[in-house]
Design a protein around this ligand. Structure first.
Ligand SMILES: O=C(O)CCC(=O)C(=O)O
Ligand SMILES: [Fe+2]
Length: 415
């Protein structure tokens, strides 16, 4: 075939796939109007949502990145490169007590490593046969594949399950007692990998270890920020429950975010706070992530070149007695053509150990004074704990909180 013929073929494949997906979504939205629930409107088998296997293009790192360098809505903080020995703690204090979100620069993972992981992720979501994906599901260990709408991050919403699919990876080399010396008590579970990911096992494992290293630095920063020894939190984080999560939000039609009807349709990721100590979020070229900076006030956190989004999770909010904020965030449906294609993201969830007690700390007067304007009132802290199903954080362990939140947001796997 000539190159122009091939190009034409590719364009037709893309147009056909887009039209096919659009038709399915439009049918579902029409059914929502009559049946009132997207979950009921879902086809019995979810495979209709999928791009056609083996014909879809892989993730293209050269795609336009229009939003990338707009004025950042949260601070950009350097983890420190050569010649920058300044400690992280004082640099992140304001951000973690205000929104709990910041961009992290100079983190040591190269753009090439990130691009590679995103293309491996796209290869999995767009090319791995359904049987292989499903074979690797393990909800008991929070590893492997999760299907479209299996998770509903905001269980209170009437919109139904989130329009995304994902794959959770536990520390691969740690699970086998590999390179790093992990006390067997804190070993993450081993898991099956589907062929498209198994062939990249080494690279993915290295990526996970790098994320763990960054999280250890962030945890040390959290401790230093409140005048604690830098190992205060890292001692309770052996990576046992940490997960790297590859996420794919398939193409969906553009919606008007302010329209009343949009509230009844599903969302890419419902409003939620993260469950652990901190999250590293890698975004590429498609936006949609928003943070609730004030009640009902949602601010976009667009991809920022070279930066990871870091946010505080519930465990750290409990531990810090509400000084650090685990803020609600979500991923909205496409608002423009640039958001309507597939969105890929990668999250590294850093979790406290199973037995870590999340007893709220006594925050020193010195730190309280520094954060005066942003301190959370005691009753607000209690209210936020209660909203997350926690009556007394002092009696909670890292493992208990994680399981409670996962149980609340996942529906059982279909057999
Ligand atoms: O995909 C994203 O950008 C955000 C995902 C997220 O917040 C989560 O999975 O907890
Ligand atoms: Fe999140």
């Amino acid at each position: 075939m000539s190159s122009s013929g091939r190009l034409e073929g590719v364009i037709w494949c893309r147009l056909f796939r887009r039209a096919n997906q659009r038709a399915v979504l439009l049918r579902i939205h029409a059914q929502i109007k009559t049946q009132g629930s997207l979950r009921h409107a879902l086809p019995a088998r979810r495979s209709k949502f999928r791009p056609t296997p083996r014909k879809a293009p892989l993730y293209d790192p050269e795609q336009a990145t229009a939003d990338m360098d707009a004025t950042p809505p949260v601070p950009i903080i350097s983890l420190g490169g050569e010649g920058d020995e300044s400690p992280l703690g004082p640099k992140i204090l304001d951000a973690v007590v205000q929104t709990g979100f910041f961009y992290l620069a100079d983190h040591g993972i190269t753009p090439q490593e990130i691009d590679l992981l995103f293309s491996q992720s796209a290869e999995f979501f767009l090319h791995e046969p359904e049987a292989e994906r499903v074979r690797c599901q393990d909800r008991n260990n929070n590893t492997g594949y999760t299907a479209m709408q299996q998770e509903q991050l905001d269980p209170t919403s009437r919109a139904g399950g989130d329009l995304k699919e994902s794959f959770y990876l536990a520390g691969l080399s740690r699970a086998e007692g590999g390179s790093s010396s992990v006390d067997p008590q804190y070993r993450p579970p081993s898991q099956m990998l589907p062929p498209t990911l198994a062939q990249h096992r080494e690279a993915i494992s290295t990526f996970i270890e790098k994320c763990k290293g960054i999280c250890d630095a962030v945890l040390a920063g959290f401790a230093e920020a409140i005048d604690l020894p830098s190992n205060f939190f890292t001692d309770s984080h052996h990576g046992q429950h940490d997960r790297l999560r590859l996420i794919h939000y398939p193409p969906t039609p553009i919606v008007d975010p302010d329209a009343e009807s949009t509230l009844a349709t599903s969302i890419r990721a419902g409003s939620h706070s993260d469950y652990g100590s901190c999250t590293l979020l890698f975004q590429k070229d498609v936006g949609g992530l928003q943070v609730e900076t004030k009640p009902q006030q949602w601010v976009d956190i667009p991809p920022q070149k070279g930066c990871i989004v870091v946010n505080v999770g519930d465990a750290m909010e409990f531990w810090s007695a509400g000084l650090f904020r685990s803020t609600q965030h979500r991923v909205v449906l496409p608002r423009s053509a640039s958001e309507s294609g597939s969105r890929f993201s990668v999250a590294y969830f850093c979790q406290p150990d199973e037995d870590a007690r999340l007893v709220p700390l006594d925050i020193s007067d010195n730190i309280r004074e520094k954060c005066r304007g942003d301190l959370m009132a005691r009753d607000e802290f209690q209210r936020r704990c209660a909203a997350k199903g926690v009556s007394n954080a002092a009696e909670l362990t890292g493992g208990q909180h994680l399981r409670a939140r996962l149980t609340a947001s996942y529906r059982p796997t279909r057999s």
